[in-house]
Design a protein around this ligand. Structure first.
Ligand code: TXA
Ligand code: MG
Length: 344
């Protein structure tokens, strides 16, 4: 099949994309976080195609993308007041809420869980596609399973050309890492994945927040976790990634001691002069963590090559959006972190 590219700015795009969704096909959609691989979330056969296209494990549920809070009642039951509050404050935006699922959602979408993840993306064209489709759109990140997420239409094309009906090209994604996921089905709100809505913002809105262990540590593949996706190898280029923590100078000294031909350095713009002979790639400014989240996946994809042997990565510290960057980079590194201060 020929994969069509629909420019988001073209007025005919929403109707063309919605027609494919309604007929059970796959369309990649732009969002403020990453590109999603969309299908009719209430059509089991359409949802099954997403799993095949991505090579995604069947036990990993999908997020349903909606036009706004007005769709919550038809998809969920026993909706807590906290969900309405968060929808009011942060939708449309990079926040996904896990809520009790109604039976109209097929088990292909929920992977058999009693809950469903809902998100209202902050992209006008994508919301118009959802509205014209007349159905919530199930969309995982559009990358092949295990690979760094797709933040441009070209990334999606590289992974899926000839295997999906269309890609809506909305330009590079603004946030660059996937949405924050919060589980609201227990007594206490639980952060399952950090993202563009920060832990500080959630705590401020709710007065309480538990951080799930899958956010901070490597999860064994046999462990039962709240977000099934968190236990799989993620975001990973082919070469092993080691995060080098510590001051600029100590980290550079460590990397220069270990660097061999074929290795690459993934660093901050401010550090480029330190790695003049190490083929460095900068993914953003250390002084502005939003540039790091926007650039991380494109950089990891660029380094995803059989000619790269080892990647030494610099990771921001602190909260806010930097917390989400740390989480993705640690997963890409399978939690391989060396402390350059201690090694010196
Ligand atoms: O920003 C995003 O959220 C992007 C864009 C396309 O919207 N989507 C995305 O989807 O990141 P995906 O499938 O790559 O990641 C969804 C994560 C997975 O880790 C999955 O296990 C988890 O959400 N998830 C989905 N439904 C869940 C549920 N009912 N309970 C717990 N976790 C759930
Ligand atoms: Mg994903």
């Amino acid at each position: 099949m020929e994969t069509k590219i629909f420019p988001a700015a073209d007025p005919s795009t929403p109707a063309l994309a919605a027609r494919i969704i309604r007929s059970g096909g796959l369309v990649a959609i732009p969002t403020e976080t990453v590109y999603g691989l969309g299908a009719d979330g209430l059509n089991p056969e359409a949802v099954a195609k997403i799993f095949i296209a991505k090579g995604r494990p069947q036990d990993n549920p999908l997020i349903l993308h909606v036009t706004g809070p007005e769709q919550m009642d038809t998809l969920c039951h026993d909706i807590p007041a906290s969900a309405c509050l968060l929808a009011e404050k942060f939708w449309p935006g990079p926040l996904t809420m896990v809520l009790p699922a109604r039976d109209i959602i097929p088990r292909e979408t929920t992977a058999g869980l009693a809950t469903v993840a809902l998100r209202c993306p902050d992209n006008v064209v994508t919301r118009e596609i959802i509205r014209l489709s007349g159905t919530p759109i199930a969309a995982p990140s559009a990358n092949l399973s295990g690979k760094p997420s797709t933040t441009t239409a070209a990334h999606v094309y590289a992974d899926h050309a000839g295997r999906i009906e269309a890609i809506v090209d909305g330009g590079p994604c603004r946030v660059g890492v996937e949405s924050t996921i919060i589980d609201l089905t227990e007594d206490r709100p639980r952060l399952l994945r950090p993202g563009g809505i920060t832990p500080e913002q959630l705590l401020d809105a709710l007065g309480d927040l538990v951080v799930d262990k899958a956010v901070t540590a490597q999860i064994d593949k046999d462990t039962v976790v709240k977000a099934p996706g968190m236990k799989y190898r993620h975001y990973a280029p082919q070469a092993p990634v080691t995060i080098v923590a510590g001051s600029r100078e100590k980290a550079a000294a460590y990397i220069h001691r270990h660097f061999e031909q074929g290795d690459r350095v993934l660093c901050f713009h401010e550090e480029l002069p330190l790695y003049a002979h190490c083929d460095p790639l900068a993914y953003g400014d250390e002084a502005d963590a939003a540039t790091l989240s926007a650039g991380l996946f494109a950089a990891l994809r660029e380094l995803d090559s059989p000619t790269v042997h080892h990647i030494y990565a610099r990771c921001p510290v602190g909260g806010g959006i930097a917390y989400a960057v740390q989480n993705r980079l640690k997963k890409a590194a399978a939690f391989q972190i060396v402390d350059a201060e201690a090694e010196a």
